[in-house]
Ligand binder design. Structure first.
Ligand SMILES: *[C@@H]1O[C@H](CO)[C@@H](O)[C@H](O)[C@H]1NC(C)=O
Ligand SMILES: *[C@@H]1O[C@H](CO)[C@@H](O)[C@H](O)[C@H]1NC(C)=O
Ligand SMILES: [Zn+2]
Length: 395
């Protein structure tokens, strides 16, 4: 028998155990500071008020909300998802763009000459871009990938050209397309993000704005626009309209440590504190599919603290290196024991029948063979056992 096939068939039930165990880890990442300031009016939402957004904005309680956790193993590879193409993103320095602290984030207004040329079935124009971040104490991306939150996240918001304005488009199911990318700390300054970050000190107070010379906006997004995740979702802030076709890039952007601290520690909030942790927790998928433009190899998180033996076997099997040798040997022994027990039972059965026949004093080989073959449990034995039985049968 094929040893590999045997290992796989014996492993199947073991594989299911960790899969079941992971099912609930997709749930909301909640638990962030959600003290509801009951005294305050509801005209202005805040990230301290998350749990009550849906009171004033019912769509925030819907079933197609953003952000989400992207589980790469669950994402469906879709070869139809073409690379995203950006058209008109390189702006001349004499074209001035408005940069504003709106109390929730920093927004850079974009001219509608910027457009998405590929990747989406319909035509979309840019409206604005903005960022979400954490604090010096922790990351603050909105989307997460396999449960991991990144330092920050950029959203470039576009609206469908079949609508006259962003405001009109945002209420229609096919109205918006948002490109999202993760920001991480790496070595070296990011020259494109510098074009925005160098102006943050001018807009520290809520409502302040400044003008920024044009630059290549595409530099704020990953170089690789082929690798991304795609799903139907919503605005991540009130009114949470469920009208966004999301693209979340697999490649991340790198900012220097200093640039990241400028991002998380410059702007002020409406409460006159530092504007930090301006991200919404991940929302339940409610059966939505996440597509991937590329083949995501199933990966298993190695949890060092876990001593669940089923998980341990799964990890060693899936990683397939030296550790799978261990799993293979365990199964070989298991199979060997199973084999020995079955063979022993068979031998005992034969022995018993032979002595019975001997006592009856009128034995015929054909009668014995007929008796054995008609015994119900013998029919259930695997072929190899019957073959082995045949070979030891006295001729
Ligand atoms: C998003 O919604 C549209 C319209 O309902 C649907 O055709 C499309 O398949 C959905 N996309 C995904 C990734 O589920
Ligand atoms: C990119 O895709 C790989 C392969 O599925 C995955 O392991 C990784 O976490 C992804 N990263 C992001 C930021 O999407
Ligand atoms: Zn956003």
């Amino acid at each position: 028998m094929n040893r590999a096939a045997l290992r796989v068939s014996l492993l199947l039930p073991l594989l299911l155990l960790p899969a079941l165990g992971r099912a609930d880890s997709e749930q909301e990442h909640g638990g962030e500071e959600t003290q509801h300031s009951a005294g305050k009016g509801h005209s202005h939402w805040s990230y301290e008020d998350l749990k009550h957004w849906s009171t004033d904005y019912p769509e925030c309680g819907g079933t197609k909300q953003s952000p989400i956790n992207v589980d790469t193993a669950q994402a469906i590879f879709s070869p139809d998802l073409r690379p995203i193409q950006l058209s008109g993103y390189s702006l001349p320095a004499n074209q001035l763009l408005k940069l504003k602290n709106n109390g929730h984030t920093v927004v850079l207004e974009l001219p509608d000459s910027l457009a998405l040329a590929g990747g989406y079935a319909q035509q979309y124009r840019a409206a604005q871009l903005h960022l979400h971040w954490g604090s010096p104490a922790g990351p603050g991306s909105e989307h997460t990938v396999n449960g991991r939150r990144f330092a920050a996240e950029i959203h470039v918001v576009h609206y469908n050209t079949k609508y006259d304005s962003f405001t009109e488009a945002m209420v229609h199911p096919d109205g918006l397309a948002v490109l999202g990318a993760f920001l991480e700390v790496g070595h070296g300054e990011n020259q494109y993000y510098h074009e925005i970050l160098k102006h943050l000190h001018e807009i520290q107070e809520v409502g302040q704005e400044t003008l920024v010379p044009g630059f290549n906006i595409a530099g704020l997004l990953p170089a690789n626009l082929k690798l991304y995740f795609h799903y139907n979702g919503s605005l991540t802030t009130p009114p949470c309209y469920q009208t966004v076709k999301w693209t979340v890039f697999n490649q991340t952007m790198l900012l220097s440590h200093h640039q990241m601290s400028v991002l998380v520690s410059t702007l002020k909030s409406p409460e006159d504190e530092l504007l930090q942790n301006n991200y919404r927790p991940v929302q339940t998928l409610h059966g939505r599919q996440v597509l991937a433009s590329f083949q995501t190899t199933p990966s298993v998180k190695h949890t060092p603290g876990s001593d669940d033996s089923a998980t341990a076997v799964f990890v060693s099997f899936s990683e397939g290196h030296s550790s799978s040798f261990h799993a293979g040997d365990v199964l070989a022994v298991l199979f060997g024991v199973l084999f020995a027990v079955t063979a022993l039972a068979f031998l005992l059965y034969i022995y018993k029948h032979r002595s019975q026949n001997a006592r009856l004093d009128s034995p015929t080989k054909s009668k014995v063979i007929y008796t054995a073959a008609s015994t119900p449990w013998l029919h259930g034995l695997p072929t190899w056992t019957v073959c082995l039985g045949g070979s030891i049968w006295p001729q």
